[in-house]
Design a protein around this ligand. Structure first.
Ligand code: AMP
Ligand code: MG
Length: 470
């Protein structure tokens, strides 16, 4: 099988991201019921089939009137000299007034009811005085007005939301609650969305036991399958946890061969390094094409990417935090792209370090599990520190380190560090899930940097904010 890249050499994070993005393709689209479409990504443009609203209507409960009556009134309407008009009827939303309002009349009208012909203005009920209310005529016989309203006030014009044929939503838009409402308003009982990526998850390791078991000597529970499944689900995919496999070449080859027939993307964990029992690389080499198996990052240098048939295979390291960071930085953007999502970069917050970072890897990109927070002493009000993950670094550390796919990046700028501080977890061992669980960001230390000191400004990839929100 071919090897287009020198896969024995280590490649940079951006190159690894790009290669992966270049080798995933957009999934096909499927129709889903509108009620089940929330959060999905539209695969179609949506135009309005009608004017919305289809008619001029009242924005208030009040009285539909002819503005000219007020202009013509002598003296001008005031508290002392109100304009009094007869009430010719009452109209609720859903009904249509048959007649036409001629000058010198008022029609009691409710919010959403169509403006009667002849009327051009609505006066709120609170600004009027109704007289002549009786058992026979509970709406009253007449209404008094005390000022001249603004012409057209409280009238919602036909087509205010959209004109027939107007484009309201685009392919690639996430179906937000408001978008679901627009789809409903335009009669889309079903919508075309990109299919969710079906992702097969294979954990490898002869030490792994099922989570229902108490681990025996030398054994551990298989936690990666579950944390990775959750990450897949968070990225919009459909995870399927496949049986864990032992550390043999045959087991890897058998599991991968079976999985490529069923899934859009396959993730493995463990066995990705170059130890005696690491078989991801040889299995991909044997079955397909290997693109890389080392990425210049920490934790988890052993990030492996290849294709078998047309199915991307990503081999994550076994250490739980290394697997999670590899997923976040490399796999997540690819899954998002496959599912039609446009934004591939997490928002970045520039923040001031609260502690020194004495141990940094000499040449590798370092992703520290950390917590970023707003400084609440007043200095940090506003969202000044949040920007898009792009390469316009203002500070030494804040730039190119941001994750996500290079192909999607438009340099939206990185905010000021004022107002945010960040504290890395004290124990950055890649074996630990707790530090990751407490983190809301990955603090990024670019490769080749010297140790950092409290007070330095760093870039933090926001794990708690979705791509594209800023
Ligand atoms: P490996 O990448 O296979 O060398 O594994 C590195 C470390 O991660 C070892 O300590 C493994 O026991 C651990 N590990 C591997 N797979 C899993 C898993 N599915 N769940 C939890 N820990 C794992
Ligand atoms: Mg292993």
């Amino acid at each position: 099988m071919s090897e287009r890249y020198c896969n024995d050499s280590i490649i940079g994070v951006e190159d690894a991201q790009e290669l992966l993005l270049a080798h995933v393709s957009l999934l096909d689209a499927e129709k889903v019921a509108l009620g089940a479409s929330f959060g999905r990504i539209l695969a179609q443009e949506v135009r309005s089939d009608i004017d919305i609203s289809p008619f001029d209507n009242s924005a208030m409960d009040g009285f539909a009137v002819c503005h000219a009556d007020f202009v013509a009134a002598r003296p001008a309407p005031s508290r002392e000299h109100p304009l009094e008009l007869p009430i010719i009827g009452r109209l609720g939303a859903g009904s249509v007034f048959d007649g036409e309002l001629t000058g010198g009349q008022a029609l009691r009208i409710m919010t959403g009811a169509p403006l009667p012909r002849g009327a051009d203005t609505v006066v709120k009920i609170e600004e009027t005085e109704v007289i002549g209310e009786s058992d026979e005529c509970p709406e009253g016989t007449n209404v008094r007005f005390f000022t001249i309203p603004v012409l057209g006030e409280h009238v919602r014009p036909r087509g205010e939301e959209a004109r027939k044929g107007e484009v309201l939503l685009h392919a690639g838009d996430r179906i937000s609650p408001a978008a679901a409402g627009l789809l409903a308003s335009t009669g889309n009982a079903e919508v075309l969305v990109y299919r969710r990526a079906r992702v097969g998850i294979i954990s490898s390791g002869s030490e792994l036991v099922a989570i229902s078991e108490i681990p025996g000597p030398g054994q551990i529970r298989n936690s990666n399958s579950y944390s990775l499944a959750a990450q897949v689900a968070e990225a919009g995919g459909e995870p399927v946890i496949l049986p864990a496999i032992t550390d043999t070449r045959e087991a890897f080859i058998g599991a991968l061969q079976a999985a490529v027939a069923q899934f859009d993307f396959i993730i493995t964990s463990g066995g990705a390094a170059e130890g005696d029992f690491d078989f991801v690389t040889p299995a991909i080499r044997e079955l397909g094409e290997l693109f890389y198996n080392k990425v210049n990052m920490k934790p988890g240098k052993a990030q492996t990417f290849g294709i078998i048939g047309s199915v991307p295979i990503f081999g994550l390291p076994g250490n739980p935090a290394a697997a999670a960071v590899g997923f976040e930085v490399l796999v997540r953007p690819a899954l998002r792209r496959m599912q039609g999502m446009r934004a591939l970069k997490r928002p970045v917050t520039r923040a001031v370090l609260t502690t020194d970072i004495k141990k940094v890897p000499e040449t590798r990109r370092f992703y520290l599990r950390a917590r970023v927070e707003r400084v609440t002493d007043g200095a940090g009000e506003g969202a000044a520190g949040v920007g898009a993950a792009a390469g316009t670094a203002a500070g030494a550390n804040a730039g190119a380190a941001a994750g996500g796919g290079a192909a999607s990046a438009s340099a939206a700028g990185v905010g000021t560090a004022a107002g945010y501080r960040v504290t890395p977890a004290p124990n950055q061992s890649s074996a630990l899930l707790g530090a990751l669980n407490n983190a809301n960001c990955l603090l990024v230390v670019p490769e080749g940097l010297k140790p950092l000191a409290a007070g330095d400004t760093v870039a933090c990839l926001r794990l708690d904010m979705e791509e594209g929100v800023v």
